[in-house]
Design a protein around this ligand. Structure first.
Ligand SMILES: Cc1cc2nc3c(=O)[nH]c(=O)nc-3n(C[C@H](O)[C@H](O)[C@H](O)COP(=O)(O)O)c2cc1C
Length: 260
């Protein structure tokens, strides 16, 4: 049993990269992926239990809220959470705090991986990918030390009630959007999209991906396709992908990653 557990959700790898860097500071950490149902819900032997996740549609991605409700944490364990977002933090941290009562929380902004909505370089103020990654690295180092020394935040995460509505509306849009997912002629039928989909929503039919209706909009398939062949309608055709350069598609599909 590891001393620390970090529950992580990540669509394009940026939160996984951050969770790994926090774990390197902590040592002896299991990173449990919350993509399909978490591989481990019993965290009662961990001294520190954390959550690293992105803001999606103003709230929590996919089924993260249900996952966290299923996790058992020992009374007195230290709890923490870090949220990544592009423009605004939304209500995700507040939702987790309602379930777990966080001792410590922090946030960090990154480029947006939601490339059907906007190009990832559209940041205010403009920031290069390299600078955004440096910021993630610095924040991970800062959080790692805070968590290792069990610092406590002075305030609770803000409620941001409006974003609970946005989050609900956003999840309701996935069934319509999934009809726009298409693989173009550059597709080599490698099956990366099949393996990286947290929902098991993609199958290869005649060597090409076929998209089912069970999409949660994480865009892992779009971001990690080695040929950038998967698009959401026409809008993403000319948009650069933005997966984390330190994370491989295969890392995202591992249920648990141990860091010594
Ligand atoms: C489907 C989707 C929805 C998103 N919604 C928001 C949002 O509402 N607000 C925001 O500030 N950023 C939003 N983002 C940006 C992500 O929070 C940000 O890019 C994050 O770094 C992605 O982390 P990941 O690579 O671990 O998934 C969204 C990204 C995606 C893919």
């Amino acid at each position: 049993m590891s001393e620390n557990i970090i529950y992580c959700y990540s669509g394009s790898g940026h939160c996984l990269n951050m969770a790994q860097n926090i774990a390197k500071v902590l040592g002896d950490t299991d990173i449990v992926m919350m993509r399909s149902f978490p591989a481990k819900t019993d965290a009662t032997e961990a001294k520190r239990v954390g959550f690293v996740f992105p803001c999606y549609g103003g709230g929590l991605p996919g089924h993260v809220e249900e996952y966290i409700k299923a996790i058992k944490i020992a009374p007195g364990a230290y709890t923490f959470a870090v949220e990544q977002f592009a423009g605004y933090m939304g209500c995700g941290l507040h939702k987790i705090d309602q379930i777990v009562r966080l001792d410590y929380w922090n946030t960090i902004s990154n480029h947006s991986t939601c490339i059907w909505l906007m190009p990832h370089v559209l940041t205010f103020p403009p920031t290069s990918k390299e600078t955004a990654q440096k910021r993630l690295d610095q924040k991970a180092a800062e959080v790692g030390i805070d968590v290792k020394t069990m610092q406590h935040s002075a305030t609770r995460p803000p409620e941001k009630a409006f974003f609970a509505l946005e989050s609900k509306a956003f999840s309701g849009m996935h069934p319509k959007r999934v009809k726009k997912f298409v693989a173009n002629a550059d597709c080599i039928g490698c099956g990366t999209c099949v393996r990286v989909c947290p929902q098991g929503n993609i199958q290869l039919v005649g060597g090409k991906p076929s998209f089912g209706s069970n999409c949660i909009g994480c865009l892992s398939c779009v971001q990690f396709c080695p040929k950038a062949a998967i698009n959401v309608g026409k809008i993403t055709e000319k948009r650069e992908r933005f997966p984390n350069p330190h994370v491989k598609a295969a890392d995202l599909s591992k249920p648990i990653i141990h860091i010594d």
